[in-house]
Design a protein around this ligand. Structure first.
Ligand SMILES: [Zn+2]
Length: 134
């Protein structure tokens, strides 16, 4: 078992306002089991104990591959798609959001969004793709 009780003279990491960073300190005075006064090893200044600041954690990287998420989305939406309603894709065909298309390379696709003039975002089994349309 690890001893957690500190006493005067023990080293402790604390925030030093003079050094403006976490430095090693020596406990000068304890109250109950909490250090109240510490001395900075770097600047020798004595001050109230401040717990060391925790460096901000780097943003957690998303481990989910967006493509995998899109493929999951496809799998969840696929049962609601009636492939008989799909319109064969061509750049000169107008598509509506919510409509289905049949693409020669990507297969069945669900039109999810208009992303710009003559551009649509389509969810295929392989993930989302931006397509030209009329
Ligand atoms: Zn200091």
């Amino acid at each position: 078992m690890q001893a957690t009780t500190l006493s005067a003279g023990d080293p402790i990491e604390a925030r030093c306002t003079k050094c403006r960073k976490n430095t090693n300190h020596i406990v000068v005075a304890m109250a109950e089991e909490v250090p109240v006064k510490v001395q900075c090893n770097t600047c020798s200044g004595q001050h109230k104990y401040r717990p060391p600041t925790v460096p901000k954690k780097a943003a957690v990287r998303r481990t989910v591959d967006p493509k995998v998420a899109e493929q999951k989305e496809w799998q969840s939406l696929r049962p609601g798609m009636d492939s008989k309603q799909a319109i064969d894709y061509s750049m000169t065909t107008a598509f509506k959001v919510g409509g289905l298309m049949n693409h020669p390379a990507f297969g069945l696709g669900l039109v999810q969004d208009l992303v710009g003039p003559r551009k649509i975002k389509v969810l295929f089994e392989d993930g989302k793709k931006t397509m030209r349309c009329k």
